[in-house]
Design a protein around this ligand. Structure first.
Ligand code: GLN
Length: 482
């Protein structure tokens, strides 16, 4: 059962092939078996899960129609608030924080019937690309336990890849859903900015953060996003629009679709095996009837520095609330208000978080604001313009997700700049606010998953799912032939 898709599990529960409690039990057993190696979960809420599953079974027994995700086991990244269940952001700062409310995204998934199994490991406050910045534990990539699962939603991607849950909710500020999805061989969507409410998502960089699903198939991803997307009066940046049903046009194929392949994305630093896999994907799309053309996206190299300036600036402001006064960790060592703040933050935050706060405070400070923050905002406008220009003529852009496949645990941990460079293909998407879908497109010579990214127009999620589905079906077909 732990290999079934969310779609199949929901269908099986609806038709009575198995009960929601059996499904929850099977996944809890898989968690018990896999966690000593994978370490994706920070909290497992077995009792709550079995109770929620029991309610689904009772509803079915009473003859009530079941919602689309009824009984499907999910995992939730630990920066999404869950009422009565610890939400730590993988930080010592929030080690004992139990929120009094639930994030809208989690609430909507639960309203759609999903059963939460617990909270997933991440880089502290979502800052990182390998999940090695967690205060609590190192999550391992289920495809190769000596390697990182990617990050910051590394726990989410690993849990889905290891069959511990059928899908997971992650967050993506600069690639944190897509890059771990690529590293672990699963499907991840960063929706259009404003598609999913950020209410209850612990803020990293508010103008970039989006919640989205990690799943094993494209269809599952569309199914979960159906539940998440929509206006929320508690998040003023959530969009008021009718998103329709993302699963409705899944099987429409790519005939006549126009796909852009940016030349610059193949220039430097991209592993040759990944370049070959992306070109192979382009050939597949062409064979399936799409029109694939090379284009130029010259702002690529400026997006990364702009992202690190903007996201750190916003983080330095957002994280000012963790001061030892209202909630979370409070240092026992203080003699006045200043030393309370200082020691709390010194002891409560890890190195990477401190680095971002310092960088962000610096770029916002008088005398440097114009040179860094303002300049980065100007670059942001240029990047957005580049995407707008290309997406006027094309339905989507095909690109790598990351320059390498999953690397060894510890390999980049000591060199933050190396780590940042790995985000080059994902951050432009957040800077521009557009949606992007990451999905598997092959494996390297060591058998590690390679991911590709389809970047779409604002509100173009449906197109991305349709293209992703066509590709996935084609590759699946190939697999079943051999
Ligand atoms: N790796 C990027 C960073 O460290 C993106 C993180 C994210 O999307 N949350 O900022």
């Amino acid at each position: 059962m732990t290999e079934y898709t969310a779609w199949a599990l929901a269908e099986g529960i609806r038709t009575g092939t198995f009960t929601a409690q059996e499904v929850a039990q099977a996944h809890l057993a898989q968690i018990a078996a896999a966690e000593s190696q994978v370490a994706a979960f920070l909290t497992v809420t077995a009792e709550r899960a079995l109770a929620a599953a029991g309610q689904i079974d009772a509803r079915r027994a009473a003859g009530d129609p079941l919602p689309p995700l009824a009984g499907v086991p999910m995992g939730v990244k630990d920066n999404l608030c869950t009422e009565g269940v610890a939400t730590t952001c993988a930080s010592k700062m929030l080690e004992t924080f139990v929120p009094p409310y639930t994030a809208t995204a989690v609430e909507r998934a639960e309203e759609a019937g999903a059963v939460s199994l617990g909270k997933l490991n991440m880089d502290e406050f979502a800052m990182g690309s390998s999940t090695e910045n967690s205060h609590f534990q190192i999550t391992r990539n289920p495809r190769d336990l000596s390697r990182v699962p990617g990050g910051s939603s590394g726990g989410a991607a690993a849990a889905v890849a290891a069959g511990e849950c059928a899908f997971a909710l992650g967050s993506d500020t600069g690639g944190s859903i897509r890059q771990p999805a690529a590293f672990c061989g699963v499907v991840g969507m960063k929706p259009t900015y404003g598609a999913v409410s950020r209410y209850g998502l612990v803020a990293f960089a508010s103008s970039l953060d989006q919640v989205g699903p990690l799943t094993r198939t494209v269809r599952d991803n569309a199914l979960v996003l159906n539940a998440l997307a929509g206006k929320d009066s508690r998040d003023a940046t959530s969009l008021d629009r009718d998103w329709g049903d993302f699963t409705a046009q899944l099987d429409g194929g790519v005939k006549g679709m126009r796909i852009a392949l940016p030349r610059e994305y193949f220039d430097r630093g991209l592993a040759p095996e990944i370049a070959a896999a992306i070109r192979g994907a382009a050939d597949t799309f062409a064979r399936l009837g799409a029109q694939v053309e090379e284009v130029s996206l010259p702002t690529l190299e400026y997006a990364l520095p702009a992202y690190y300036v903007i996201s750190s600036a916003e983080a330095s402001s957002n994280l000012a609330r963790f001061d030892g006064v209202k909630y979370g960790y409070r240092s026992p060592h203080y003699s006045d208000l200043d030393s309370l703040y200082k020691n709390t933050r010194t002891e409560g935050f890890g190195r990477e978080v401190k680095r971002r706060i310092l960088l962000g405070s610096f770029v916002l400070s008088s005398g440097y604001y114009d040179a860094y923050y303002k300049k980065a905002q100007q670059v942001r406008t240029l990047v957005k313009g580049d995407f707008d220009r290309i997406l006027r003529d094309f339905d989507c852009i095909l690109s790598p997700v990351a320059p390498t496949t999953a690397y060894k645990i510890g390999e980049k941990a000591a060199d933050p700049l190396q780590m940042y460079l790995g985000d080059v293909y994902t951050v432009p998407v957040n800077i521009a606010g557009v949606p992007a879908l990451a999905l598997p497109c092959g494996a390297d010579s060591q058998g590690l998953p390679i991911g590709m990214q389809l970047i779409g127009r604002p509100f173009g999620e449906g197109d991305l799912y349709r293209a992703g589905q066509a590709f996935e079906q084609d590759r699946e077909g190939e697999k079943s032939c051999v």
